[in-house]
Design a protein around this ligand. Structure first.
Ligand code: SF4
Length: 379
């Protein structure tokens, strides 16, 4: 692997990138003051969503939680509700825990010191570097998948990007290129550049401000950089879920802490083997027995509602949703996979945070089954 050979060429790359950033710098809410709390929230949110969506979530969050104290004293349920739709809920829970530490141990001020940041729940090397450099303008290089992509192309690195030796090389490059005293501008320029110009697919090489420094462009290998490892196969999981009605209410349960979706709410059910209703049009009677196993509640199947899909890491989850009614008088469940439950009115569902699958079911009910919202559903 070769380096960009001269200090002059490194300077040329850095100056071209900074010049590009001066012209294109987007007016983002956390860039107005570089308040460390704002930078922290934006960094965590933007790890899992597009910029436009991230800005919407950020503004909504800051309106409700104006400072770190407000986050620290909030109920976890409210934190999850404001995070709902972003996914990766462990990040929201860690953010909540970190806010408590900041209030309890750091006087309520989000630190800009890289090593201090690393002691906080949910803050790893990338996030600590981003907060320290963007909020504090400390000389700390950032390296995430976005930045790695830019550097593997710039240096035409031909080893798999996730390999340890490639990562070590990338870190050296990142530290070598970082212009002292300009980490705030440079790191943001790099992140914006990776998101807007040197994109994963079809990078905009014809209008690239650093094309002269790009070895992959000159070697004709852009499409093959970064070198990716073998793709993980997508695993398809079929689940059934019951929308159980009793009088005017519907049953929801809360997943246990430590679970993937711990603290979030869902409709009861369970995983079924492929073929047990995975096939189009095949009735899925397992929902009744799955609900019995999951909650101890006896229900009757009324009708299929919809089938929704969502993805979690390399899992594709197909949720087969059914309308059920409660049989008998027993409304108190014996929970197996959940830690608490509620019987709620349909309008009250908006007060709870749900993962993507159940949320799509709620949207379906609201959009296409208006009679559900008004009264009994014996059909
Ligand atoms: S020339 Fe293309 S591949 Fe190289 S840095 Fe610019 S956008 Fe990325």
């Amino acid at each position: 692997m070769k380096s960009i050979p001269s200090a002059a060429e490194r300077t040329s790359f850095v100056q071209s990138l900074l010049q590009w950033f001066r012209i294109t710098n987007r007016d983002l809410p956390w860039r107005r003051t570089y308040n460390p709390y704002h930078v922290w929230i934006s960094e965590i949110m933007l790890q899992q969503t597009q910029m436009d969506r991230g800005v919407t979530y950020f503004l909504r969050w800051i309106k409700r939680f104006s400072d770190v104290q407000a986050v620290a004293v909030a109920e976890e349920q409210e934190i999850l509700k404001y995070w709902e739709g972003l996914g990766y809920y462990a990040r929201a829970r860690n953010l909540h825990k970190a806010a408590k530490v900041i209030v309890g141990e750091f006087g309520g001020v989000v630190p800009c010191d890289y090593h201090r940041l690393l002691t906080l729940p949910g803050i790893g090397v990338y996030t600590a570097a981003a907060i320290a450099s963007v909020a504090g303008n400390f000389d700390v290089a950032v390296l995430d998948a976005n930045v790695a992509r830019v550097y593997t192309r710039l240096y035409n690195l031909d080893t798999p990007v996730k390999e340890q030796k490639t990562q070590k090389r990338l870190r050296e490059i990142a530290e070598n290129l970082l212009p002292k005293g300009q980490a705030r501008a440079y790191n943001q320029a790099l992140m914006d550049f990776g998101g807007l110009v040197c994109t994963p697919k079809n990078p905009h090489c014809v209008r690239c401000p650093v094309a002269a420094s790009c070895r992959a462009l000159h070697a004709g290998t852009v499409a093959g950089r970064p070198v990716l490892g073998p793709k993980k196969n997508m695993i398809t999981v079929h689940k059934v879920a019951g929308f159980i009605r009793w009088k005017e209410k519907v049953f929801i349960q809360q997943r246990k802490a430590g679970d993937v979706w711990g603290g979030l709410w869902e409709f009861p059910g369970g995983e079924i083997a492929a073929g047990e209703g995975g096939a189009e049009g095949e009735p899925v009677v397992q929902v009744v027995s799955e609900i019995l196993q999951d909650t101890g509640l006896s229900v009757a199947l009324v009708k299929p509602l919809t089938r929704v899909m969502h993805q979690y890491t390399h899992h594709k989850i197909i949720l087969h949703c059914f309308l059920c009614t409660l049989e008998g008088e027993k409304t108190e469940p014996m929970l197996r996979s959940a830690c608490s439950f509620r019987w709620v009115l349909l309008d009250e569902l908006t007060q709870f945070a749900f993962p993507a699958g159940p949320r799509k079911l709620i949207e379906y009910v609201r959009a296409s089954q208006p009679e559900f919202l008004t009264g009994d559903v014996h059909s």
